[in-house]
Design a protein around this ligand. Structure first.
Ligand SMILES: [Zn+2]
Length: 684
């Protein structure tokens, strides 16, 4: 691992922060914290923290000795001084005289001694930083260090690798008890340059930022070198099928299997992030991969991300895909059963009231292909994949120098169910469509873009399909929530298939289709040429059918139901003069919606239609509005609000109707009218 310290960069940061009133100590603390945080082999999604002991002045001008320590919720790679809240040292040091201190009291003590009460919660490892006398303290969960400590006889190996330069701290759950024991280990030999925490990670310290950082990189390199020099031959590879299935062939089935059934056809769905590389595949093709996965997480705080560890499934045979669905479901059921047993066994050991988290895996290893991270959002799914890559590194190293033996699951339990983490989870309420994927055709148009925005605001990830890829990408950006744009001509079935494949590749599947794209052609029906009518049927009927077929194919693989929503039109109910080329295929699409409701209701797939009228959009442009209102001798405003309510109907109103249909769990074969009231077009 490369030491990235650079004098010029460090001084530049000191000078930059000096202008903002931030002192040298804290500026350098920010500098090396970012260096550590930018390296996933050291720090990953919250797994590490840093501190420095300095002085801070409060609002009335009193100066205090403080510990500036990483605050929870901050990413070390991009930390700012306010991410290292200042806590008064006096109270922290006094806590060492206590015999016990609950987690809740520890947090209260830390918070009540903040210089700025608006600061984030100081790290759970704050007391450990405080009890060590050094000015700068760095802590990481380095994968190379984990390779050394995730062993049965890790104490002896730590001695072999690091000699007497590093203190050894047995495993204790982070908090007050660990801080006290770590301080005792240091006091027993103050010549050490750092501490190795069994099954957990490494602390280094120094009189200045550079010394603490240099020591971190040095001891990580000592561990890396040891693993490189002493690596024994790897375990044999498992036999793979002659012809492997593709990730897209199994992703929807896997995504459906890890969804949490809430009963009565309701599911909490997950997003799946597929990740692969030569290094990933090389490792998970090991004949022992299921054994490794079963042993657990490489450092305990990973349990927040991937629970008790990954789930390994067999390699999928392209010629036996039909059977593979049951194989996946069987593995997920077994994982969930083990997880329930883990919860029940450990929960019964005391009187603490806990709520079991869902028992589904967050990381699936598929030999031959790669791995899927699962999470309620794409961000969480990607974090699970990131964590998976570092788990692989640590296990590979541990197996090279011995046998990977991480923290036992009994010891892991108190950390996964740490009361403060549970409180955080309980306050993190999902949105109505969290975990769901919506694919919207005509997604860059007025109605499509408004619908994408509204669905994304309600938690869904949107796949915005439009003829123009640039506009699709723009609409995806406007919708937010990690939505994507895909360019496709939806009258071409191969391009429709490709758009759905993209949804599967990015999110693992699709739950809602908003089949929205359309265009109008005019002409009296008796004189209309066949080509125009057929062209309209291609877009206003067959493209809906093609999108719905793809959606249903994926929904059936997932086995978690789904929703098809069609944009029909007032024309489907109430024809307008010379508008047959548009209205007739739209009427067919209205019945298409009912046919899907009929044929797939038993699979939990609902199908509804919205018939909207007179919406300002690509179909009814400002120029058309001007010419039609002039022709009728009314103002544009009168023309647009010529309905029973006397109010213009907008794309946002149509989006609301689609959202309503998506959320109305017992509504199928429905038509929702969004036209401000038109009695001639009212459904009977
Ligand atoms: Zn830690």
């Amino acid at each position: 691992m490369k030491n990235l310290w650079n004098d010029a960069d460090a001084e530049k940061m000191v000078a930059g922060y000096a202008k903002k009133g931030v002192g040298r100590d804290l500026a350098l603390r920010v500098y090396t914290t970012r260096l550590l945080g930018g390296e996933p082999r050291l720090v990953l999604h919250g797994g590490g923290n840093t501190s420095c002991k300095t002085k801070a002045t409060d609002l009335v001008g009193d100066e205090w000795d403080v510990l500036c320590v990483k605050g929870s919720g901050w990413d070390m790679a991009v930390i700012e001084p306010q991410g290292l809240p200042a806590v008064k040292m006096g109270a922290l040091l006094k806590a060492r005289t206590l015999t016990t201190l609950s987690d809740e009291d520890m947090v209260a003590l830390q918070r009540s001694n903040l210089i700025d009460p608006a600061s984030p919660n100081p790290s759970v490892e704050t007391l450990l930083h405080a009890f060590l006398p050094h000015k700068f303290v760095d802590h990481t969960h380095s994968t190379a260090i984990l390779a050394i400590v995730d062993q049965e006889d890790s104490k002896a190996l730590v001695k072999t690798v690091f000699g007497s330069k590093m203190g050894y701290v047995p495993y204790i759950k982070p908090g007050f008890d660990l801080a006290k024991v770590a301080a005792e280990v240091f006091d027993a030999d103050p010549s050490v340059e750092g501490l190795i925490l069994d099954k957990h990670g490494i602390f280094t310290f120094g009189d200045d930022a550079k010394q603490a950082y240099d020591r971190m990189i040095h001891y990580v390199n000592v561990a890396e070198d040891y693993v490189a020099r002493n690596g024994k031959p790897r375990a044999a590879k498992a036999a793979l099928p002659a012809k492997l299935a593709r990730p897209a062939d199994i992703a929807p089935t896997l995504r459906g299997a890890v969804a949490v059934a809430r009963g009565e056809g309701r599911f909490d769905r997950m997003i799946s992030d597929f990740r692969t590389s030569d290094a990933i595949v090389d490792f998970i093709n090991s004949a022992k991969i299921a054994d490794y996965a079963g042993r657990g997480v490489s450092t305990p705080d990973l349990s927040i991300r991937i629970k008790t560890g990954p789930m390994a499934v067999p390699a999928p045979d392209a010629d036996k895909l039909g059977d593979y669905k049951a194989v996946i479901r069987g593995h997920v059921e077994a994982f969930a059963k083990d997880y329930r047993a883990y919860f029940e066994t450990n929960d019964a050991l005391d009187d603490v009231k806990r709520t079991m988290l869902d028992p589904m895996p967050r990381l699936t290893l598929v030999p031959g292909l790669g791995m899927f991270g699962h999470g309620r959002t794409l961000k969480d799914a990607k974090i699970a994949s990131d964590v998976g890559e570092m788990w692989i590194e640590a296990v590979r190293g541990a197996e090279a120098v011995g046998n990977f033996q991480p923290l036992s699951k009994a010891d892991l339990f108190p950390l996964e169910y740490w009361s403060l983490e549970q409180a955080k989870l309980a306050s993190n309420k999902p949105k109505p469509l969290t975990g769901q994927v919506v694919l919207i055709t005509g997604g860059a148009g007025a109605i499509g873009a408004a619908t994408a925005k509204l669905f994304a605001a309600n938690g869904a990830h949107a796949v915005i399909v439009d003829l123009d890829p640039a506009k699709a990408a723009e609409a995806a950006k406007a919708a937010g929530n990690n939505s994507i744009g895909v360019g496709a001509d939806i009258t071409n079935p191969a391009e429709v298939r490709a758009a759905f494949d993209k949804a599967v590749a990015v999110y693992g599947g699709v739950d809602i289709l908003v089949s929205n794209a359309g265009a109008a052609w005019e002409g009296r029906i008796g004189e209309l040429d066949d080509a125009t009518l057929r062209k309209s049927f291609e877009l206003n009927f067959f493209a809906h059918q093609s999108a719905a077929q793809n959606a249903v194919r994926i929904m059936l693989e997932q086995g978690t139901g789904g929703v098809l929503l069609f944009n029909t039109s007032k024309q489907a109910i109430n024809p307008g003069p010379k508008f047959g080329a548009y209205g007739i295929p739209k009427a067919a699409t209205l019945f298409l919606s009912r046919q899907y409701a009929l044929d797939y209701g038993a699979y939990g797939i609902r199908s509804n239609a919205v018939n909207a009228d007179r919406i300002r959009s690509g179909l009814l442009t400002d120029a058309m509005i001007a010419s039609r209102s002039t022709a009728r001798g009314v103002s544009e405003k009168e023309y647009m609000s010529g309905n029973l309510l006397g109010q213009e109907v907008t794309a946002d109103d149509v989006a609301q109707a689609f959202l309503h249909q998506a959320l109305a769990e017992r509504t199928t074969a429905d038509v929702t009218t969004v036209d401000g009231g038109n009695i001639a077009a009212a459904l009977r």
